[in-house]
Design a protein around this ligand. Sequence first.
Ligand code: ADP
Ligand code: MG
Length: 378
Amino acid sequence: MTETLFEIAFRHVFGRAPEGAWAAPGRVNLIGEHTDYNDGYVMPFALPHTTRAAVARRDDGILRLHSAAMDDGVVELRLDELAPGATPGWARYPAAVLWTLREAGHPVGGADIHYDSTVPVGGGLSSSAALQVATALALTELHEVDLPRQELALLCQRAENDYVGAPVGVMDQTASACCTQGHALHLDVRALAQRQVPFDLAAEGLRLLVVDTRVKHAHADGAYGRLRAGCEEAAALLGLPALRDLPHDGLDAALAALPDDRLRRLTRHVVTENRRVQDVIALLDAGRTPEIGPLLTAGHASLRDDFRVSCPELDLVVDAALATGALGARMTGGGFGGSAIVLVTESAADAVTTAIAAALPQARQFPTTPGAGARRLR
Ligand code: ADP
Ligand code: MG
């Protein structure tokens, strides 16, 4: 087989040929934001953009990592020195995956890994999950560890929680591992039940734009933990295992029972957002795709006003899109910067793109369709 440029890049870095190459995509979340760590519903789909890993095993207990996206050369780590919090920089993500696989008892050893990526890094499109899932799929397949995709995603989440130290939910990793081309993935996070929901934009004369604002506000990481803790506190005060357990028709009574405005706002977002996921699915199943637009916009208002995780740049993009005739628009991902999505008819797409560019010149925009989940390339 002829070597691909990607395999040649591996050879250039490590002086030998890789044993294989894998790819895992970034994602956007169509609807269901900040619901995953409340045991609720999410609905992401995979981007065509992927992070690729070319890998060859080593038998000397050493992990060597190289990324075309970084300028720090080859990072070399000893497996017996891997420990939560011990690895600096980007290498902590793949190191976390290897450590977590080994902690779970899987017979996975050292490796040389070269990465490249078309997922914007730090843009709220889950480059971190793509990096982890590509690594996990490569190492498990090379070592013949048979892990179902959802298990693999949970393992990557554990890696990010326990080793990287970020208290994230399981949506991003599940999207990267489990999505399929042409579908959005409905995931019930508590049951870990999945359904692939057909989401064919072109057949309906629609376009979905991703708009990366290219800002990430500095307080994002600490805020995430506080939001999560606030949701848990509200659920505990209501005597519920998680906010997922509060039905939509019990919302008013629950809000009246909560002692402060912040907990009321968090609760209202999670409960209404879970409902919006169900409503979007019902519309998609009924072939009424354009009608999901107002639900996306309502989701944005809830994230902006109740959950308070939007930011001026995301609001600018959403407002510019809606003012130019978009069917719906919302921030996607954790918030405080990152990306927005815009649902638009093909005939209005150019005008909307122009209006967004005028409102936020730094934004990077691209139309997208649901891509495939993680896979072996070679
Ligand atoms: P997002 O997941 O939204 O892109 P995060 O802050 O969660 O943003 O993850 C970005 C981090 O993941 C980067 O700072 C880097 O440490 C790591 N990362 C992502 N993609 C790559 C890559 N291709 N090569 C090296 N590190 C990467
Ligand atoms: Mg991330």
